[in-house]
Design a protein around this ligand. Structure first.
Ligand code: CO8
Length: 372
């Protein structure tokens, strides 16, 4: 069995940013338009007026200050409220593949590796652009990697679950190195017309190079172990799928996009995640106090504070558990990887850290790392 490490990461950030203020202005204009259009029904009480969103609520409830998106003009157009994406011909690279190639090339360069050193690509994300051919195969080919590629989706835990698969493959020798890419283009799946969730998500792509420790540069993060958990819940859902049109559904039905019971998710997932991490550490004769840094999933600031408090028995500092969601919002499975990407340089040789994701499914994945 080979020892395995995360040798590098890469991050693609879209060039367009939407601040909370811009988002709320567009939403409130949309609410005015809709309420004027349905004024009669609202007056007689057969329809409810759409209430305004507010910057103060968003900031306080989530900690999110802005989000990057692949296209903002369509999102901020109150008569549209979704990104405007140009259709691409089959002969052109698709959007998810393009952003994944960018993040992957960064990861390869950072590790001093080329496509010839890699045997496989796993494209792991909460939403895939199409059913087939697999996004990963297009990414693999665009990067010039000989070997294999496949897609997988475990919502916000897609990245950590893919890390476990990649680690197993490298450990047993079926691959020398695997690139895990997480093109989280969430904006097309977000209900921008729903004030309960219109502020939650942003677009981004992360890449992670997993390889044999004996092939990696000094300073790589050895994977000491991975642990996955799933438990079915309807509290975070998206019913869009290939059967929707056979059900004679309106493609604009609310359940064809992301929807959730945010409060229930908060209450149920926080204890599960804290318990999961504690159990995982115990298997390695460690406790949360032995951990130098937690790179947690980035859905909600208060959620991360609560999980850290359960783990450490005190409030976590930004050094214990850095937050990136103020800048990026929730980027589904990429969130904990962005936190790692941005905040690992100061970890010393021998120190231990934990990447942990949690989200729809429910799904929880933790990756225990030690710097070499
Ligand atoms: N502006 C002003 N008021 C608002 C707004 C708004 N934008 N939104 C809601 N309110 C109101 C509500 O209507 C409610 O009013 P009232 O008390 O009169 O009913 C009040 O504010 C309080 O609302 P909530 O109870 O909903 O507020 P919370 O404090 O619970 O905060 C959160 C809402 C931020 C959503 C919070 O519950 C949360 O973060 N929960 C955790 C959610 C979570 O982590 N979900 C994970 C989802 S991600 C995932 O798993 C991956 C999915 C795949 C990606 C899909 C990509 C699109």
């Amino acid at each position: 069995m080979h020892r395995v490490c995360i040798s590098s990461t890469g991050l693609y950030v879209p060039s367009e940013v939407i601040s909370n203020a811009e988002l709320v202005i567009a939403f409130n204009q949309f609410a005015d338009l809709e309420n004027a259009r349905h004024a009669e029904a609202i007056a007689v009480g057969t329809q409810r007026a759409i209430p305004y969103s507010s910057v103060e609520f968003i900031q306080k409830a989530s900690g999110i200050e802005q989000r990057y998106v692949v296209e903002k003009s369509g999102v901020l157009d109150p008569s549209r409220m979704l990104p405007r994406l140009k259709p691409r011909a089959d002969s052109e690279i698709s959007l998810m593949a393009e952003v994944a190639v960018s993040a992957a090339q960064q990861a390869l360069a950072q590790a001093g590796k080329t496509a010839a050193d890699v045997d496989g690509v796993i494209c792991a994300a909460a939403n895939m652009q199409r059913a087939y051919p697999a996004m990963a195969i297009e990414i693999q080919t665009a990067l010039g990697i000989q070997g294999f590629g496949f897609d997988m989706n475990v919502a916000c835990s897609s990245a950590t679950f893919a890390i476990q698969i990649a680690v197993n493959a490298v450990q047993t020798g079926s691959a020398r190195a695997i690139l895990v890419v997480n093109p989280e283009i969430t904006s097309p799946h977000l209900a921008w017309k729903d004030r309960d969730c219109h502020f939650i998500f942003g677009d981004v792509c992360t890449a992670i190079l997993i390889e044999r420790l004996d092939n990696a540069q000094a300073g790589a993060f050895e994977v000491l172990g991975t642990q996955l958990l799933t438990s079915f819940s309807n509290n975070i859902r998206n019913n869009a799928g290939f059967m929707s049109r056979c059900e004679d559904r309106d493609p604009n039905d609310r359940d064809q996009l992301f929807y959730q019971e945010g409060r229930k998710v908060f209450k149920e997932v926080c204890p599960l995640a804290a318990e999961h991490i504690t159990q995982h550490l115990a298997k390695h004769a460690l406790t949360p106090a032995n951990v130098r840094r937690f790179w947690l999933h980035q859905a909600n600031m208060a959620m991360n504070q609560l999980i850290s408090r359960k783990l450490l028995g005190r409030d976590a500092t930004p050094d214990d558990a850095p937050l990136i969601l103020n800048e990026f919002a929730n980027t589904a499975s990429a969130g904990s990887i962005i936190a790692f990407h941005r905040h690992h340089d100061d970890i010393q040789a021998g120190e231990v850290g934990v990447i942990c994701s949690f989200g729809a499914g429910y799904s929880i994945g933790s990756v225990l790392l030690r710097r070499t």
